[in-house]
Design a protein around this ligand. Structure first.
Ligand SMILES: [Zn+2]
Length: 405
């Protein structure tokens, strides 16, 4: 979509600085280092966006700086902050009738590439720092989410982790929808997008209450946005890995809840006709009394069985992590532990890469710097699907069983 009569130009760092000091509390509390980062980001953001006044509103420098500051605050811990889907920022003096819905709006974030604000309500949101209403943060949070959905240049971590956040948030979202007592206002029950925006308003305006009442969701929100907000003092950024390590440091238990072993018998069965072929080769060589060749063939057979065995995994579900081990010989195989805090998604379906029956486990997890997809084959005949489903839901892991539907 295109709009006319917009302003797109540079604003000097000193003008931005003066305005933020005067009217933006979040900025005022930042450490000197973070203040510089904040100004740099505002400056870059302003140059990218086309601001257009509506119903007589004049786009002044403070209008551009304050609206931009709201976006920079939400994305302050993220690597990517330009929200490229949103080229236009339309600013109305007060509530306005939306052409899309015909109703009065204070703000609107459109997938068509623009975002709208009532200037009056932007100011009201910033003025009262404790009422958990903040229009600027609310709409830019939608923009952050929609930017990720549209797959414009978007933040790598945010994009990969948002589903983990949603899996956590769905508990409180459901409570709110069912009319239960919640720290969040009722509007958050509209849908998960509104819940996300309402949650971020609360995150910045009442961080202490949020942390005390919903510690897990608060923690997840800090990880997602890579920042810890604070009232009356500086927000902290680049906190993500530290928070994730704390989560992952939980003690490892001895007894698995469910264990899918890669058994020797099933492995040999999956090896199928090839084992007969190797057996035949071995038998012929034995008859020939050729010692060297017999030994060679024997090790070839062992090696072949071991290689095939390596396609299969022992998969154990513990209370806090999943353990994967290639094959059934503990000391000879690759082992890996994936903590539920790092595990985003698990997909389980029937079938494997051999003719025999089995299950494929596809895991997506975060290893501290990248999102990794891993595929593990289990040659178990049956798996406790309901138990696994329940456990994954408890651990806020998105679980998909496409073949069981
Ligand atoms: Zn909204």
């Amino acid at each position: 979509m295109e709009f006319r009569d917009y302003i797109q130009s540079h604003i000097s760092d000193s003008t931005i600085k003066t305005e933020l000091e005067r009217s933006y509390p979040y900025y005022r509390h930042l450490t000197p280092e973070l203040k510089q980062r904040f100004i740099n980001r505002c400056s870059a953001f302003i140059e990218l966006k086309k601001f257009a006044g509506r119903q007589g509103l004049v786009i002044s420098d403070p209008v551009r700086i304050i609206i931009t500051a709201c976006a920079v605050q939400v994305t302050f811990g993220l690597d990517s902050f330009t929200l490229d889907t949103f080229e236009y920022v339309l600013v109305y003096p007060d509530v306005y009738e939306s052409p899309a819905t015909g109703q009065l709006h204070k703000g609107e974030t459109s997938m068509n590439g623009f975002i709208c604000f009532s200037w009056k309500h932007i100011l009201e949101g910033i003025e009262d720092q404790h009422d958990n209403y903040n229009l600027g943060l609310h709409e830019w949070t939608h923009a952050l989410r929609f930017n990720s959905i549209k797959y414009e240049v978007t933040d790598y971590f945010f994009d990969g982790y948002i589903n983990k956040w949603i899996a956590n948030a769905v508990h409180e979202f459901t409570r709110l929808k069912n009319g239960r007592q919640s720290i969040f206002r009722r509007y958050g029950a509209t849908n998960i997008h509104e819940f996300f925006s309402v949650c971020i308003e609360h995150f910045f305006e009442s961080p202490e209450e949020f942390r005390t009442k919903l510690p897990d969701l608060f923690n997840q929100t800090c990880i997602l946005l890579n920042q810890v907000p604070a009232k009356e003092q500086s927000a902290q950024i680049n906190v993500r890995n530290q928070l994730m390590e704390l989560n992952n440091a939980e003690q490892k238990e001895d007894q698995p809840l469910y264990s899918l072993e890669a058994s020797l018998y099933r492995t040999l069965m999956n090896f199928g006709s090839r084992i007969i072929y190797f057996g035949l080769v071995l038998f012929i060589l034995l008859l020939q009394h050729n010692k060297a060749a017999t030994i060679l063939a024997f090790f070839l057979c062992l090696f072949a069985v071991f290689m095939i065995n390596n396609e299969y995994f022992t998969i154990r579900f513990y209370a806090n992590h999943i353990y994967l081990q290639k094959g059934f010989i503990n000391s000879l195989s690759t082992q890996q532990t994936v903590n539920y805090y790092s595990l985003i998604k698990m997909e389980i379906y029937e079938g494997n890469n051999d003719e025999e029956h089995g299950f494929v486990f596809e895991l997506k997890y975060y290893d501290g710097s990248r999102f990794i997809k891993r595929r593990a084959y289990s040659n178990s005949v049956r798996i406790p699907e309901e138990e696994i489903k329940t456990l994954m839901q408890q651990k806020n892991v998105t679980v998909l069983f496409p073949s069981f539907n």
